[in-house]
Design a protein around this ligand. Structure first.
Ligand SMILES: [Zn+2]
Length: 92
């Protein structure tokens, strides 16, 4: 089970790409997916997630290390490319 902080409002939710129970936002773009991934308990300690939630609650921008964020974006892009390039017979 993944605990994530909402990329839009900071509220905790289960799963990085699920809609937020508080604001209803789900990541729609690759950038938002990367942000959402960065704000999960896969990468952050519980106290860091709590910090993100508190920052977002008072309207502070959520800080994500730019290098780390780029890596996540690249991983997501690679995954999309891999999926798009899957030969048609693999779908069956
Ligand atoms: Zn939210």
């Amino acid at each position: 089970m993944t605990i994530a902080s909402c990329f839009a409002c900071g509220e905790f939710k289960v799963g990085a790409f699920t809609p937020c129970p508080a604001c209803g936002n789900a990541p729609a773009t690759l950038e938002q997916e990367a942000q959402s991934l960065a704000l999960t308990d896969h990468y952050l300690a519980p106290e860091e997630l709590e910090h993100v939630r508190q920052q977002a609650a008072v309207g502070q921008p959520i800080h994500i290390d730019p290098v780390f964020y780029e890596q996540l974006l690249q991983t997501l892009r690679d995954e999309r490319t891999a999926r798009a390039n899957r030969p048609w017979w693999k779908f069956w």
